[in-house]
Design a protein around this ligand. Structure first.
Ligand code: PLP
Ligand code: COI
Length: 338
């Protein structure tokens, strides 16, 4: 694979050799199938095309110094996809099937796992869609679960460098009691206009406020938010944000590093008291936030004056990566060696 420039990968799609698929028909999941085609064929009245029966996941595998490939916390993603399926009345993919499919997809595409030195990783994208035909608004009788993989570099162009975000009150990504807490494709469709606006203005993402009152911090378009002050890692509690596996991991690692950790509503005004802030997620890893501009009020919240990440963000980033790449012990059993 000498033609892949592993160290300069962006977060984009590259064809790998195989994807794995499983169909749900007649009330049960079938056998895992291996495919080399990137195409799927389905009924034009499939519910995923009309009524949003679609949910996805994102997780990563890493090659270690020892040449072993490790996948990070796949059981958490399996459980989240079960929640997403329940939230959209889809057939849930059992954890065992999900984890077998992840392992299979990695094994079959091992030559696409970026080498240790590159700092890149293999992104794993599980997808669950309603394929049964319906014209009335109702759940499908048939579902397709697919996993494809693609080697990726950093999600935000800056990598581990502070990046800027904007706050707007003109768009919400999820309703207060809607689907924000599950990984429904519709949430991402709803975030495209605001995301484009942010990119045009030179920001890497929108930081959403709670959609009921616009008083509290929710999350970024593709990642959770955290702030750090007084030796405390603080991350929002909200019914409309996606429970991030990365955030959950950092919440633990922060405490292991001697910080306190709090999950609670974060009022917008509190932003100015944070010494550091960051966005975290599988794709984003940790992206330190340089500043947040509130487009409506003209107020700016600055976290990095010198263009460098804060010391706590850096320590958390290094610790998380060390566990993922197998450089340091994995005290909580978060990684599975493939
Ligand atoms: N929030 C949103 C809206 C996301 O799309 C993601 C990405 O999956 C995250 C947060 C981060 O979650 P995780 O750390 O599980 O990837
Ligand atoms: C992820 O971090 O896995 C995401 O899903 C973020 C984005 C690519 C949607």
């Amino acid at each position: 694979m000498s033609e892949i420039d592993w160290s300069n990968l962006s977060f984009s799609y590259m064809k790998a050799d195989y994807n794995v698929r499983c169909y749900y028909r007649d009330g049960k999941w079938g056998e895992l199938e291996i495919h080399s085609s990137e195409m799927i064929s389905m009924h034009m009245a499939a519910t995923c095309l009309h009524y949003g029966q679609e949910a996805f996941e994102g997780l990563k595998a890493f090659e270690g110094k020892d040449g072993k490939v490790r996948v990070f916390r796949m059981e958490e993603n399996a459980q989240r996809m079960i929640n997403s399926a329940n939230g959209l009345l889809m057939a849930p993919v059992p954890e065992e099937l999900f984890c077998n499919a992840v392992q299979k997809a990695i094994e079959l595409n091992k030559r696409f796992v970026p080498p240790y030195e590159s700092g890149a990783s293999l992104y794993i994208r599980p997808l669950l869609i309603g394929t049964g035909a319906k014209v009335g608004v109702s759940p499908a009788d048939e579902y397709l679960f697919i996993i494809f993989v693609t080697p990726v570099g950093p999600y935000f162009k800056a990598g581990f460098k502070p990046t800027n975000m904007m706050i707007t009150r003109l768009h919400d990504r999820a309703a207060p009691l809607g689907t924000g807490n599950i990984k429904a494709g519709g949430n991402y469709g709803a975030s495209l206009v605001a995301g484009e606006e942010a990119h045009h203005k030179g920001y890497s993402a929108v930081l959403y406020l709670d959609s009921r009152e616009k008083k509290f911090i929710d999350e970024c378009g593709p990642a959770n938010f955290f702030g750090i002050k007084n030796n405390t890692y603080i991350t929002p509690e909200s019914k409309s944000i996606l429970p991030s596996v990365t955030n959950k991991s950092l919440f633990q690692l922060a405490q292991d590093m001697g910080l306190k950790a709090e999950r609670r509503p974060i009022p917008l005004e509190e932003l100015e008291t944070f010494e550091e802030a960051g966005a975290c997620g599988t794709a984003a890893v940790i992206s330190p936030i340089g500043k947040i501009d509130d487009i409506d009020t003209g107020k700016s919240y600055i976290f990095s004056k010198d263009g460098n990440p804060g010391k706590n963000c850096e320590m958390l980033y290094k610790k998380l990566r060390a566990i993922q790449y197998g450089d340091e012990p994995d005290p909580y059993g978060w990684v599975t060696v493939i």
